[in-house]
Design a protein around this ligand. Structure first.
Ligand SMILES: Nc1nc2c(ncn2[C@@H]2O[C@H](COP(=O)(O)OP(=O)(O)OP(=O)(O)O)[C@@H](O)[C@H]2O)c(=O)[nH]1
Ligand SMILES: *[C@@H]1O[C@H](CO)[C@@H](O)[C@H](O)[C@H]1NC(C)=O
Ligand SMILES: [Mg+2]
Ligand SMILES: [Zn+2]
Length: 472
């Protein structure tokens, strides 16, 4: 499957440097329009939870693709698993959950029902992308980057271990921080093949007590075995009930970049060279092939006095892909690969991570210092400890260095002032943000960054110096 993950994917076969944007009536389209979801996903579902609880196995079970995982391999990146279509049988007598089915997306709008004895066709009702997060505790920042583009989540909880494990709680707190709709969370009690029924029931009660009062309080708990693919149709049914957000297709387009690539093979000749590819998710508005775009902050430089200047990248969209589909336009949600004319060296190895794509001149502000109202967690969730004192989150201290996730971007942030609940944070790398945006704050504890709270951006930060990229 051609994918944002696959740097060798053949971008740029359509469109090209001379492409002109298509004319479409955006007021007639929604995130559930068949002509939209036959081409791209419009919902991003995160898989979250403690390390090895079965996140990737679940995505594999839903997608039907089996891949071997090396035993000690640490999955470091967010893996973007693209494009699974969810369909429901047209036959009203076809019983749930087997009247639901997922399949790798194709252009087929009405596949045949696969339930033995049913001849009906199915309707395509959802098209989701999976943002498969790593669960290892040292990769919390990566999880937070993925969280920036999630609309909903599957929370994986292994049924053969007591609940909660540290990252079960820490990942769930991240969903709360970014404000995921509680209706869009589904809990999967996994590894049911390893436990007896009475143990499973007791464990389910543990889960219920754990999620009480959290953002997962409304989530259904579905017992599954991702490995044996037990009850996966019930998961597909739950996913089919998640509503996409009410996107504004007519707003100024914004895409957050979570991967970027140089797709050229080593030794490619100059006239074969393709521009960089940015993979990400559109938050609002619509991008079209042929459109001129700006990517912010772009190239960041620091002079000898420490003064920071940003030079946004100006380019043109020469192609857009969602899975194997070439798109003429792309709408919010889902994960999209955008072929540009940006110097591929600038896109290599996720260098554009966290940057924001917009129309030229319409990009968000870039800040070097932000003011935020801060809310600290009462206790550290991400570490296992018997000692409650140690688990308390201490107050922020002037001068201390935190790790800050702003949208999909990650940077260090020095606390410059603390006044009541408000803090001033100087950013090591300038970032795009705006008033009201929620940011995640992590502190170094036992050599690793642990989530300690969040902030809501207030006005009054310090803007970065932005050089007009079209000037000299
Ligand atoms: N018995 C059993 N083992 C499972 C099940 N689901 C996953 N596993 C095993 O648990 C291990 C971890 O599964 P993954 O799907 O890689 O877990 P993960 O949550 O993606 O792990 P990280 O990405 O490293 O956090 C693998 O060895 C799987 O084979 C299940 O339902 N039953
Ligand atoms: C739970 O199952 C996994 C296999 O998926 C195993 O490695 C782990 O040790 C088990 N946990 C407990 C507490 O038995
Ligand atoms: Mg995994
Ligand atoms: Zn059917």
């Amino acid at each position: 499957m051609a994918a944002v993950n696959d740097p060798t994917a053949a971008f740029q076969t359509e469109g090209g440097a001379d492409a002109k944007p298509v004319d479409i009536d955006l007021t007639k389209l929604t995130a559930l329009s068949p002509e939209v979801i036959m081409n791209q996903a419009t919902i991003n579902i995160g898989t979250i939870g403690h390390v090895a609880h079965g996140k990737s196995s679940t995505v594999r079970a839903i997608s039907g693709v089996q891949t071997v995982r090396f035993k000690n391999e640490l999955e470091r990146n967010i893996t973007i698993k693209l494009g699974y279509a969810n369909a429901k049988c047209q036959n009203p007598n076809c019983p749930p959950p087997s009247c639901y089915r997922s399949y790798p997306s194709s252009k087929e709008l009405h596949p045949k029902c696969e339930r033995p004895g049913c001849d009906s066709r199915m309707d395509l009702i959802r098209h989701v992308s999976f943002v498969d997060c790593p669960g290892h505790d040292i990769l919390m920042a990566t999880m937070l980057t993925g969280a920036a583009v999630m609309n909903g989540a599957l929370l994986l909880i292994a049924g053969n271990e007591s609940c909660p494990q540290p990252q079960t709680g820490e990942h769930l707190a991240a969903l709360e921080i970014i404000g995921i709709d509680p209706h869009n969370i589904v809990i999967l009690q996994n590894k049911m093949d390893l436990v007896r029924e009475s143990e499973a029931q007791e464990h389910c009660e543990q889960i219920r007590r754990f999620v009480e009062g959290t953002t997962a309080r409304l989530a259904p708990i579905i017992p599954v075995s991702a490995q044996l693919r037990f009850n996966i149709d019930a998961v597909v049914m739950a996913l089919a009930k998640i509503e996409p957000p009410k996107y504004d297709f007519t707003a100024e387009p914004r895409m957050v970049v979570i991967r970027s690539f140089d797709v050229n093979k080593p030794g490619a000749s100059v006239d074969e060279l393709k521009g960089g590819v940015a993979g990400g998710s559109i938050l609002q508005g619509v991008f079209k092939v042929g459109q001129e775009v700006e990517i912010r902050p772009g190239i960041i430089t620091r002079d000898t006095e420490g003064k920071v200047t940003c030079r946004p990248l100006i380019s043109k969209i020469v192609s857009m892909n969602a899975e194997q589909n070439h798109l003429q336009f792309a709408v919010p949600g889902g994960l999209i690969g955008v072929g540009t004319l940006v110097d591929p060296a600038l896109c290599r190895a996720d260098r554009l991570l966290g940057m924001v794509m917009s129309s030229v001149g319409k990009g968000p502000n870039i800040y070097t210092e932000i003011k935020a109202e801060v809310f600290l967690l009462r206790r550290l969730l991400g570490v296992k400890t018997e000692d409650n004192k140690k688990a308390k989150v201490g107050k922020l201290v002037v001068g201390e260095m935190l790790f800050v996730n702003i949208g999909a971007s990650q940077t260090g942030g020095r606390i410059m002032a603390v006044k009541g609940g408000d803090v001033t944070i100087q950013l090591v790398t300038p970032a795009c943000t705006e008033k009201g945006e929620k940011i995640a704050l992590s502190r170094r504890i036992d050599k690793h960054w642990r989530l300690i709270g969040w902030g809501k951006v207030k006005s009054g930060g310090v803007l970065a110096e932005v050089k007009d990229p079209r000037g000299d």
